[in-house]
Structure formats: C-alpha cells, structure tokens
Write a protein that binds this ligand. Structure first.
Ligand code: ADP
Ligand code: MG
Length: 639
C-alpha cells in the first residue's frame, strides 16, 4: 500500500465532486490492482473509516467471501464497450454485511486505455431481503399442503397454487380461460352460495365444511376458509380461499361413530338380557308354583296373572327394541287418545305402586286422529314408567289431554294451520338438573345404571313423536317434578276403526261354530289357541308345519270354513302355504299371524290378495285374535 504522507488527499477528490454530499456511495478504484484510489463521504461513513484512510486499500477485502468469485468474474468487463456494468453483492460495512448495488463506469484515458473505474452504489439490503422473503413466501404458498385460491370479489380466479390443481384435476388453462367459479364448489344450493357471497363481499370471514366434487367425479370433504383481502382504502379487492382436504378425518369420525354404536349395542344387549332374564325368572317360577298347586287352589289365578303381566312386559320390551331399531312397520289408524289414556291408566293402576296416585284430566272434544296406536301407547307408557321411577317415595301422576291450535304453540315450530292433541304427563317426582335434562333424549343415556335402565325410553318417544310430525317439550326442576308435553297433529288420515281394548277372557271372545284349520309350528301356542277356539265353539283341526297344512288343505279344503296360518315355520313357510291355498281354494278365508312382519312380506301377501285387515301381529290378546278371526269369516260370508 503506497500512501504519500506529503500530499494530503483533498477531502473530496475532484473526480467524485458530483457525489461529494450525495447519499450514494462513490469510489474510484484501479482496474488492475482493484485497490481504492478515492472514496466520497458517504462511503467513508458507511464503511467506518475517514476518506483518506481508504486510499490503496483492496476493494476485494471488503467483499463477502461467498461473493468473491462472482465479483471477480466481472473483472475486466467494464473495460470493454459499453464501459458500464451494474452488479449487486454483499459487503462488509460498519453495520455488518449489506447488499450494495454498484453501477460502474470505466474512466478512459485520452488514448482509450482504462486504468481506473468509478463505482456508484446504493444499499439495497432492505429491498433484497423483502424480495427473498417474498420468494420464500411464494414457495411456501406454492408447496402448501392446502389448496389456496385467490379470486376477485366476484369469484373470478386470479391465482391457484399447485396443490389446488393437483387436488381438483383442473389445469391452469381450464381455470383461467373458462373462468370456473371456483368458490361455488361444494355449496349445496345457489341460495347457499349467494348467502356466502353476500357475507364475504361485506368483508366477513367465512369457514365451513363442504363436500366438493373433483373433475373426475369423485368427492372429498374439505374444510374451507374464505377471507377478504383489503387494499389501503380498506376495500375488499380479493378473496383468499384456503381448502383443506379432511376426508380422512371424516372417515375416522365415521369409524368412531360406528365403534360407539357397537359399544352402545353391547350395553343395550346387556340391558335387554338382564330384563329378559328377570321376566323369564318370573314366568318360570310362577308356572312351576302353579303346576305344583293342588287342584282348585285359589292361588292359581294370582300366579297366572303374574305370569301374564310378565309376558306383557316382555312384549313391551321387544316392542321398544323394535321401535328403536325402526324395524316395526308404522300403521296409521284413527286413534282416540282419551281411550288410549283410559286403557293405560287401567293397566298402570294394576302395576304401579299404590303410593302413586293416578289422575286423569281429559278433553272430550278431541276426535280420533291418524296415528299408530301401538306407538302412541308406547309414548305414554315410556313417559309414565319414567314418572314412576322418579316418584320412588310416591306422588301424583297426571295424564291430561287438550286440543290446541298450532298457532298458539309459539316457539315450538308447530304448523300454525294445524290443530294438535296436547298430551301432558306430569309427575311430582325427583325432577332433573339442567345437565341431565339436556341429555335425556340421547339413546342410551340413563341415570338408572344400577337398576338396569336402558336409556332408550325417551329416545324411542322422541323418534315416534318425530315420525308423527309431532312436537315434544318439557319442564323439570330438581325436587319439583317433571312435566312432559307431547303434541300430535290432529290429522284424519287412517283407515280402520281403533280396536277396543277391554280385557279378554275366553268368555267374551266372539263365538263361532265354523270348522278351522290352525297351522302353527310352536306347540305351546298351537295348543293355547286351539283350546281357546274350542272353548268358544269352533271346530279346530291343527297342522304343525306347512307341508302338513298343504296336505290337509288339498284333501279336505272343502270341509274347512277358514284357515289360521302362522307365517314363520320351518320347511314350508306360511307364504308358500298361502300360494297353494289360493290356487286350490281361492275363496277360503285366511287369517295370517306373524311375530315379525317386514315390508317385503307385507307386499308379497298383498300380491296374493291377502287384505291388511286379515293379518294379525303377535303377540296379541285373545280378544283381538277372536275379533280378527270373526272379521275374516264374515268377509267371506258377505262375498
Ligand atoms: P331410562 O329410563 O332407561 O333411564 P329414558 O330414556 O327413559 O331411559 O330416560 C333417560 C333419563 O332421563 C332417565 O335415566 C332419567 O334420568 C331422566 N328422566 C326421564 N324422565 C324423567 C322424569 N319424569 N323425572 C326425572 N327424570 C327423568
Ligand atoms: Mg325410561
């Protein structure tokens, strides 16, 4: 380094005079040695030493080591036309490494040789970093595992990332040339989409789960979030839409639901087994006791009544399970609600503890309305059983009916053009806390684990009320009792008079003298029915299965007045028997009995000309059975 101590350098050398007070950095360096000759004040400040101190120092020593090779690559280029270059590198300044953009001009001698170069530079670090930041951001967006879409507020696509094209199968050309309304995808209806548009256009964020179609026709669940992008005037200029594929999570959720259902079914099966075992124990015990009684013992009647009650409980349990799994066929008939209540109160008076007082408060002006009588009975039964459970120390159970106009049921979402039968079931029992109240309609929710509650009662009630387009409501307070309100629409659809439900003894079963063939494989039931029928005057022959039945019918059909036919039998089922019978004796009256009627069986029976009224569901009481049989026989006589 050669610095002459005798000639002090002027503070601003003449060749840099225009940059004397400039904020731009300015230097002159020797082309061959790359040593500094002159620097301006801005450079001296930036690099931390007074101007003169820089004379003879190497430029290259100030460069970032990684940039040296690149910087040297330019060397000499400035000496050729157009004698001007621009380059950006990192330099070691007093503030640390900074990006500096230099514009360099060759200073040509009179003979054209280039010995020195003037460089004028600016600190572009901020700009550089912003650019880099932006580049990273762009890469992140481009590679993000979520689909990212930017559109105008009107939904015209402006940008989609590669994930989006990957997932949807659309190409960029398709998206931008055909202007596919990308944000419409997944909204269930035009109305839903319009609502969404209005919301985001007014500057709100929107998010939700949508089921979106792909180009190839497949579908996926997506979590979609749309937020407005605003300009400096706070106007919504673009919409940013993020879509995340959540199909997998949805599938897992579904699996979990299934697993929970299975678990619930396990609990349910346990509960049912428990209940049934109790019932069977009662039936077995009391039948054994009955068998052991000496002839004429007065206790026999009481024992058998207990067995009878147990059987009713078993039937109601099966009814509940079937209602819950929705396997029973719903049949609408005119239902007289007051009569149902009367019957039920009669039954409850027999079976509920004596310290529960039963009160009826019936509105006689309610006419018959269309409903499934069994299911309506089920609603009342379940509510009453719960009321009983809540009144362990006794109390009052009130069953009330009223006719109300839908319009007066304010917040219940009733049909205002419709009148309803309002059934109120009120108890003075334990009541419920708000926490319990909130969950009572959940299937399997019970607070009676100890006593074998299934948690199905109210779930069934809810299901039945809903299927009747009815409404349910309640008020309850701990210690102050509970009131359930059920509203059933007073519709008049229905086709058959309701069955009266007086208790049946063989004495009041309608009598007959006709010759019957009773086809039933279950020996006990066969014997039971044959006994009852003979007691009231019928001539009964029996068959244990379908094959025997057909034989009898083929040979002795003309000597029969009616056939009572069970459907579910081994070897040859009732439907097969009916087919043969219809060919040979098309006019022979047939009463079908079955414990499990499915829609398909009903259809088949209908096709064979078997009227709905001539089918009776097991279990039935003798009176219902006897009446159904009379109906079948009378129809024939009229015809
Ligand atoms: P379960 O009776 O088998 O428990 P339910 O579905 O019939 O199932 O009832 C669910 C729960 O609702 C009951 O366990 C009980 O906690 C509560 N509950 C229902 N009815 C009443 C009532 N009348 N009084 C107090 N609690 C009731
Ligand atoms: Mg219950």
């Amino acid at each position: 380094m050669e610095i002459s101590p005798h000639v002090p350098a002027p503070e601003v050398p003449p060749r840099l005079a225009p940059w004397a007070d400039s904020l731009e950095l300015a230097v002159v360096y020797e082309l061959e040695t790359l040593r500094l000759v002159e620097v301006n004040r801005a450079f001296a400040r930036k690099f931390g030493q007074p101007g003169p101190a820089w004379r003879g120092q190497s430029m290259q020593a100030l460069l970032h080591p990684e940039d040296t090779a690149d910087w040297q690559g330019y060397a000499g280029r400035v000496a050729r036309p157009p004698f001007h270059i621009a380059r950006e590198h990192r330099w070691q300044t007093a503030q640390g490494w900074r990006w500096i953009a230099w514009e360099e001009t060759a200073l040509r001698e009179a003979d054209g040789r280039v010995l020195e170069v003037r460089a004028v530079g600016r600190d572009v670090t901020k700009h550089r970093l912003a650019e880099e930041h932006f580049r990273k951001l762009a890469q992140a967006v481009e590679q993000a595992p979520v689909s990212i879409v930017i559109t105008t507020p009107g939904g015209t696509p402006q940008y989609v990332n590669s994930r989006y094209t990957e997932v949807t199968g659309y190409t960029l050309e398709e998206i931008f040339e055909q202007q596919i309304p990308l944000l419409r995808e997944g909204h269930a209806s035009d109305a839903a989409y319009r609502h969404f548009c209005a919301l985001v256009a007014s500057g709100h964020k929107w998010s939700g789960e949508l089921r979106s179609g792909r180009k190839d026709g497949s579908e996926a669940w997506e979590f979609v979030q749309v937020s407005p992008i605003r300009n400096h005037l706070d106007e919504v200029t673009y919409l940013l839409c993020l879509r995340e594929d959540i199909s997998e999570r949805k599938a897992l959720e579904e699996q979990l639901r299934q697993a929970q259902k299975m678990e619930s079914l396990g609990t349910l099966a346990g509960g049912i087994a428990h209940d049934f075992n109790n019932i069977i124990a009662i039936i077995r015990g009391f039948t054994e006791l009955s068998v052991a009684l000496p002839a004429g013992d007065p206790r026999l009647g009481r024992y058998l009544a207990t067995v009878h009650d147990a059987a009713i409980r078993a039937a109601s349990l099966v009814g509940q399970i079937l209602a819950f799994s929705r396997k029973t066929e719903v049949t609408y008939r005119p239902v007289r609600i007051n009569q149902v209540v009367d019957e039920l109160v009669g039954l409850l008076a027999e079976t509920f503890p004596r310290d529960i007082e039963l009160v009826r408060d019936l509105d006689e002006s309610i006419e018959a309305f269309a409903a499934d009588p069994n299911q309506v009975r089920q609603i009342l039964m379940n509510l009453c059983v719960n009321a009983r459970d809540a009144m362990t120390g006794g109390g009052v159970l009130t069953l009330a009916t009223r006719r109300v106009a839908g319009g007066s049921l304010g917040n219940l979402k009733a049909d205002p053009t419709q009148d309803y039968a309002h059934i109120r079931v009120a108890d003075t029992g334990a009541g419920m806390t708000p926490e319990i109240r909130a969950r009572i309609f959940e299937p399997f929710f019970t607070t009676k684990q100890e006593s074998g509650g299934t948690g199905l009662g109210l779930a069934v009630v809810y299901g039945i009320v809903a299927s009747h387009q009815g409404l349910i409501d309640l008020t309850s307070e701990p210690g102050r009792g509970t009131v359930f309100h059920v509203y059933l629409p007073l519709k008049t659809r229905g086709d058959e008079a309701p069955a009266a439900g007086a208790a049946a003894t063989p004495g009041n079963i309608p009598r007959g003298t006709e010759r019957l063939l009773l086809v039933e494989d279950e020996v006990a039931i066969q014997e039971m029915l044959a006994t009852v029928l003979r007691q009231v005057g019928y001539h009964v022959s029996t068959a244990n299965d379908g094959a025997v039945a057909i034989e009898t019918i083929m040979t002795r059909g003309d000597k029969l007045d009616a056939v009572v036919l069970d459907l579910n039998m081994p070897r040859l089922g009732g439907v097969e028997v009916l087919k043969v019978l219809r060919q040979r004796w098309p006019n022979l009256p047939v009463l079908i009995m079955s414990g499990h009627l499915t829609e398909s069986v009903l259809t088949e029976l209908r096709q064979l000309g078997q009227s709905h009224e001539h089918i009776i569901e097991k279990p039935f009481d003798f009176l219902t059975f006897g009446r159904a049989l009379r109906r079948v026989i009378e129809t024939r006589k009229k015809a």
